[in-house]
Design a protein around this ligand. Structure first.
Ligand SMILES: [Zn+2]
Length: 460
């Protein structure tokens, strides 16, 4: 098939983006098994540990972070013998917000993949909590953001009650509920469920985990980080129960941004009554989360957060269960389940770059997109994803100024496609792989690397 002109491309002859893959019955089934009751029970139970400050590492039963992680570990263990549950301990030296040497322990549950086990999808949240007590004379502060942590008395904060139900017992409940439901099924790729420690003292558990993953050359295809997904009424009384924000780092076609687009489309497909709305920045203004160290290491990661943050309650003893909405958290969990399952069943994103073998660009990876013999066509090529259950590929496109893919065309098992008379300068094109059950890979966009800075030699 050949298509003429950009006008035609953006008219109705092509399918709307995101509609190619039909829903997979397995994904539909597991989304329907997400239990509101279990999520509520988990959020309440985690809040009942009093505090989960990283400095509350005592042996007191039922109280503090050690009791909390023992409970999380045992719960994960109980879900399925196929879940490989472990502690991931780190001895961290006194520094910045860490006022004494402390042991931080992530809790990890791995569901090994069947046919593509080296590829990993992470579903994450943090189980530590924090209530901020300010230093004497530090003056007024708002409970969250706006310099509160700069004015924090770390030692006094460590002793304060910190139920942390929305931040982030809710994200931990999402992680645990997905581990429970998904461990009853098999997936091609490996699913990794992580409850991080030390988020509240500087993303410490996630940074150590992400740096090690990078050093080991782990193939992490996506990090779905859930942090503050427990409430849908903000401090000024506004209720926003119908959507969750999905934060992703720049630039416009970074792997994290493609993941955010994927989350949006997958939510439309499997959880149509609820929206996953991308926000085009890495996190809330001037703030960070446990996806951030993964993004910094070159992995694709997004953060799920309620649009109704209760900023007067966050990081205080008042982040309690009675202010939370497990029904809201359950919707966020359903989106996570649909995305994680789709990705774990799908082929990987097609390779759209080629290595240049001659000339000035020798050795560089450049997009395999060209103007063709006519000089006025768009000719794109990609590498075969070599998946057993591949149905074929879809080409997607949007104007350079548009946030989301607008059109797509299914091209079967081709590894090359030509749009006649289409300027490659004016649109962004990408390719995704789709399996026989309708599960789609992330999109690989054709993006030229930035022009490198270079020095011009002058005659002396
Ligand atoms: Zn948090």
């Amino acid at each position: 098939m050949a298509l003429r002109s950009i006008t035609l491309l953006f008219c109705s002859t092509l399918g709307l983006a995101g509609q190619t893959g039909k829903p997979d019955v397995l994904v539909q089934k597991l989304v329907s098994e997400i239990s509101l009751d279990r999520i509520g029970t988990t959020m309440k139970h985690l809040g009942d540990f009093g505090t989960r400050s990283v400095f509350s590492d005592t042996d007191e039963p039922g109280n503090g972070i050690k009791a909390a992680r023992t409970w999380i570990y045992n719960e994960l263990k109980s879900y399925s013998p196929r879940l490989e549950v472990s502690y991931d301990p780190w001895k961290v030296k006194k520094q910045t917000r860490i006022f004494r040497d402390v042991e931080l322990v992530n809790v990890v549950a791995i569901l090994p993949g069947t046919s593509q086990p080296e590829k990993r999808i992470l579903i994450t949240g943090h189980y530590d909590s924090l209530a901020i007590v300010t230093r004497e004379g530090a003056g007024d502060f708002r409970a969250s953001g706006d310099g509160a942590t700069d004015a924090m008395d770390a030692e006094k904060s460590a002793l304060s009650p910190a139920p942390g139900v929305s931040d982030d017992a809710s994200g931990t409940a999402v992680v645990m509920e997905l581990a429970r439901v998904m461990s009853q099924y098999k997936f091609e790729k490996t699913l990794v469920f992580v409850a991080f420690a030390g988020e509240e003292v500087g993303l410490v558990g996630s940074t150590l985990y992400a740096d090690r993953a990078k050093a080991e050359g782990q193939k992490i295809e996506a990090v779905l980080n859930n942090d503050i997904v427990g409430n849908d009424v903000s401090g000024d009384g506004r209720a926003q129960s119908g959507l969750v924000r999905v934060f992703s780092e720049e630039p416009a076609d970074s792997s994290s941004r493609e993941l955010a687009r994927y989350v949006r489309e997958t939510a439309q497909k499997y959880v149509p009554a609820f929206r996953a709305d991308p926000v085009f920045r890495n996190d809330r203004f001037s703030r960070g989360g446990d996806h951030t160290p993964f993004v910094a290491n070159g992995f694709a990661g997004v953060r799920f957060t309620t649009p109704a943050e209760n900023l007067g309650v966050q990081h205080t003893p008042n982040d309690t269960f009675d202010r939370a909405s497990p029904a809201y958290t359950a919707n966020v969990a359903k989106v996570n389940a649909a995305v994680a399952a789709s990705l774990a069943l799908a082929p990987s994103a097609p390779e759209v770059n080629r290595e240049v073998t001659t000339g000035a660009n020798k050795g560089r990876q450049l997009p395999n997109l060209a103007r063709g013999k006519s000089l006025y066509d768009a000719v794109l090529r990609w590498k075969d994803a070599a998946a057993d259950d591949l149905a074929g590929y879809a080409v997607v496109m949007r104007p350079t100024t548009s946030p989301f893919w607008e059109r797509e065309i299914f091209v079967g098992k081709a590894t090359e496609y030509t749009f006649e008379g289409l300027s490659i300068d004016d649109i962004i094109i990408g390719v995704k792989a789709i399996d026989k059950d309708g599960n789609e890979s992330l999109v690989s966009p054709y993006i030229a690397p930035p022009y490198p800075r270079r020095a011009i030699e002058l005659v002396q």
